[in-house]
Design a protein around this ligand. Structure first.
Ligand code: 3Y8
Ligand code: NAP
Length: 245
């Protein structure tokens, strides 16, 4: 069967895969949820928006004659990953996840691991601090439960409505980020603590090096539960998997 891939994107690795697929002339469609105003353009055809749950995705796979699905979404895009797992099981379309290993604390790191955003909020109990929330837009409102802090919010797009936090500063920026800029950012705002997700990958890890260099503690949110599926940890491994399926 002629390959016709669906790539569930939104990460650095997904974009690297799209470039490799374009170079090799493999037929593929790149999929965005439509979460940000101007998602990065891709060198292959793309679509934007949800599929309509498991049933909507299964219908899309059949109607578009998709031969393989590569789930290259962010490790915290758990709903999408579970939907892809179920839709591929229901339709028999082979599925592989292109993912990156979780970050591990190294010498000089001061991390406090928490299971989810709620636990990260609870971990901020205590004296007012300047806190870097490197979580994007979806979870920042939860931190209104700890109003004593001054929050530095890094967002991809300027917020349409002011965040419901008493004291904050918005920094509009999209990654991948680098250590020098993140170190300068933390210094400029007098950041004393960093809250982030264990995204893994190179596009978001600069803040961890900056935190280590500045001796800042990190509240690290561990990954959500993801389905059991084939895993590829590099673009090359995806092509090896495709050769076998
Ligand atoms: C829409 C599409 C690429 C992909 C680049 C990666 C790296 C830079 C670092 C910090 C952490 C955060 C956030 C982050 C990073 C990469 C990658 C990554 C973290 C874009 C993109 C889309 C999104 C969605 C966005 C979320 C938000 C999360 C910001 C494109 C730029 C915090 C995750 O405003 C919103 O609603 C933003 C929503 C989901 C998490 C959240 O809950 O707010 N990503 N990010 C995708 C879609 O529509 O399908 O324009 O590139 C992609 C990237 N963001 O090809 O170069 O590979 O992870 N994205 C986190 O890691 O915690 C920022 O600030 O230090
Ligand atoms: P999510 O919570 O797992 O998914 C919620 C719903 O959004 C899904 O059920 C699906 O809607 C739709 N969706 C998600 N990803 C999609 C995609 N790539 N293509 C089409 N529809 C998609 O997802 P999320 O955490 O909001 O992430 C959304 C996007 O941002 C993903 O592309 C992800 O890779 C990227 N991203 C997320 C994070 C993060 O921290 N969560 C970080 C970096 C990048 P239907 O059920 O209607 O199909």
């Amino acid at each position: 069967m002629q390959a016709n891939l669906l790539v569930l994107g939104g990460t650095t690795e997904a974009s690297a895969l799209a470039r490799a697929l374009a170079t090799r002339g493999v037929r593929a469609t790149f999929s965005y949820a439509g979460r940000v105003e101007t998602p990065r353009p891709q060198p292959i055809p793309h679509r934007v928006g949800g599929f309509g749950g498991v049933a909507g995705l299964a219908r899309y796979l059949v109607e578009h004659n998709i031969s393989h699905v590569v789930d290259a979404t962010h490790p915290f895009a758990a709903q999408m990953s579970w939907n892809a797992h179920h839709a591929c099981r229901d339709t028999g379309v082979p599925l592989v996840a292109l993912t990156r290993p979780p970050w591990k604390a190294a010498e000089g790191d001061d991390w406090c691991h928490v299971p989810d955003v709620e636990a990260a909020v609870a971990a901020l109990e205590g004296e007012p601090k300047t806190v870097m929330l490197a979580l994007g837009r979806l979870h920042m409102e939860a931190f209104a439960a700890q109003p004593q802090h001054h929050y530095v919010l890094r967002l991809v797009d300027a917020p349409k409505t002011p965040p419901a936090l008493p004291r904050y500063q918005v920094v509009v920026a999209r990654g991948p980020f680098n250590v020098a800029d993140d170190t300068a950012l933390f210094r400029a705002h007098g950041v004393e603590l960093v809250v982030c997700k264990n995204a893994g990958g190179a596009g978001a890890e600069a803040k961890l090096h900056a935190a280590r260099d500045l001796g800042l503690p990190v509240v690290m949110i561990d990954r959500p539960q993801l389905p059991q599926r084939d895993i590829a940890e590099s673009v090359a491994a995806v092509f090896d998997w495709l050769d076998q399926h």
